[in-house]
Design a protein around this ligand. Structure first.
Ligand code: XIL
Length: 455
């Protein structure tokens, strides 16, 4: 019994080795994933004097997400990690872990950080919003918060969104903890305090629905003008730009220009362009045009210094959970394939479009979990405006990675060259659909993401 069971195990082991060897024997050529083939957005932006940024989630900064965040973007904004509710959930007890991680990642990738955000009505800790404070106490809390957070990252933050969303749509001040307790001058107080805590950081006021010329953006304009006249430190305005498909304001460039003419920088701080789901090739083409228009407006004004998307992938966007039925708002799909919108940004920055951004099927490679010697990979083939009845995806490993096992595809590897073709049951990829396959592989030293070719 024992010997037959151990010989059974031996046969299994031999069979596994044989199949690994077979995988190692077969083979074909490889080529590039769309996002890897093009000049990174950060380089295109730099050539135009623009820093191209993205909001990020710290816990996701590994694998393909980290690879794209690190290579494509020259600026990171913590999506939530620097908000008051994140950093001081209990009064006097601080949690800097995610913010520190993002700042360290940015430094390692030669990126700027936009600090977001110090003074806001939202995502504050419960102890702060539920407390009852005198004006003097509120002022002290505000100033201590700014001293602590800005001081912690002194010298490492390019720009702070010091005050976020101070206005109502009609241009009156929003009724908030701060406005109600301290009056409109909480803004000047916060800016002055932030300047003292880190004289090198650019100080911004940031808001939404201030992209075009309208009552709200005019209120912001008048505020900035008066702050400058009073000698209050203000370096820039952030236009969040949470936009709706087909609704880029026609006065966007004019509005950016009028702020520039006031003597402040302008940043597009939180761009996303949402559509009613599901997406289709027509909507994606409109979205490309919209992204291109926003990018072009920033390119046209020298003082538009930073262009940041609020999450670069549809898998890391606030839109679907915030606007029911809306989504697909970012430049990469949920499988990290660049969408037409990516090429809209790229083209407005002077880049070239490869491959054709519409009516195509694309393959995107991503690393799932990774441990010291092995990793799990995934390839997703997505079609939009096109379809497939069979497929083959090829790539070349750059660092000795070796596939040991694949599922939902037949993969062969010869030397560095990998070729995977559909299984009998998943050759069809419909227009608007996708198919994925996975594999296990070994690695050592490094595990760079290869460029993949769909043929
Ligand atoms: C959003 C984050 O992306 C979400 O994860 C969070 O649940 C809510 O806040 N304007 C801002 C950002 O200034 O801080 C908001 O970020 C989106 C709207």
């Amino acid at each position: 019994m024992r010997s037959s069971s151990s010989s059974f195990r031996a046969r299994i082991a031999a069979a596994l080795l044989a199949s690994a060897a077979t995988v190692g024997a077969l083979l074909t050529a490889a080529a590039p994933a769309a996002h890897a083939a093009d000049t990174p957005l950060r380089d295109l932006g730099a050539a135009k004097g623009k820093v191209i940024g993205t909001a990020v989630t710290g816990s996701k900064l590994t694998g393909t997400y980290g690879d794209i965040a690190g290579t494509q973007f020259g600026s990171l904004t913590p999506g939530n990690a620097m908000k008051w509710g994140s950093v001081e959930p209990t009064q006097g007890t601080f949690n800097w872990a995610e913010a520190d991680q993002i700042v360290a990642f940015a430094q390692a990738h030669n990126q700027q950080v936009r600090g977001h955000t110090l003074v806001w009505h939202s995502q504050n800790p419960g102890w702060l919003t539920n407390g009852s404070w005198t004006s003097a106490q509120l002022s002290t809390l505000l100033q201590n918060h700014i001293d602590t957070e800005v001081g912690r990252y002194k010298g490492r933050i390019a720009a702070w969104d010091v005050v976020n969303e101070p206005f109502n749509e009609d241009g009156t001040y929003r009724s908030t903890l701060w406005y109600n307790g301290l009056g409109a001058d909480y803004i000047a107080t916060a800016l002055t305090r932030a300047r003292a805590a880190d004289p090198a950081a650019k100080l911004y006021i940031n808001d939404y629905n201030v992209e075009g010329v309208n009552a709200k953006s005019t209120a912001l304009y008048n505020l900035v003008k008066s702050l400058k006249e009073r000698g209050v430190p203000i370096d820039g305005v952030g236009l969040q730009a949470h936009l709706i498909l087909g609704q880029v304001p026609s006065t966007l460039q004019q509005n950016i220009q009028r702020f520039a003419d006031l003597g402040v920088d302008v940043a597009i701080t939180e761009l996303d362009i949402r559509m009613t789901l599901p997406s289709d090739s027509t909507k994606l083409a409109q979205q490309k045009a919209d992204y291109k228009a926003v990018t072009a407006a920033c390119v046209a004004v020298a003082r538009c210094v930073n262009f940041t998307v609020w999450g670069f992938t549809d898998s890391d966007s606030w839109v679907e959970s915030t606007f029911p039925g809306q989504g697909a708002a970012t430049p990469y799909d949920a499988n990290y394939a660049p969408k037409p919108a990516y090429y809209g940004i790229s083209e407005a920055l002077g880049g070239t479009t490869t491959p054709p951004p519409t009516g195509a099927c694309t393959a995107a490679y991503s690393v799932g979990s990774q441990w010291n010697t092995g990793f799990t990979g995934n390839v997703t083939i997505s079609c939009s405006g096109a379809s497939l009845s069979s497929w083959r995806v090829s790539w070349t490993y750059g660092a000795g990675q070796q596939i040991t096992q694949a599922w939902n595809a037949t993969c062969t590897q010869s030397g560095a060259a990998v070729s995977c073709q559909n299984a009998s049951y998943n050759g069809t990829v419909p227009d608007g659909g996708s198919v994925s396959f996975g594999f296990n592989a070994s690695w050592s030293g490094s595990n760079p993401v290869p460029t993949v070719t769909l043929g």
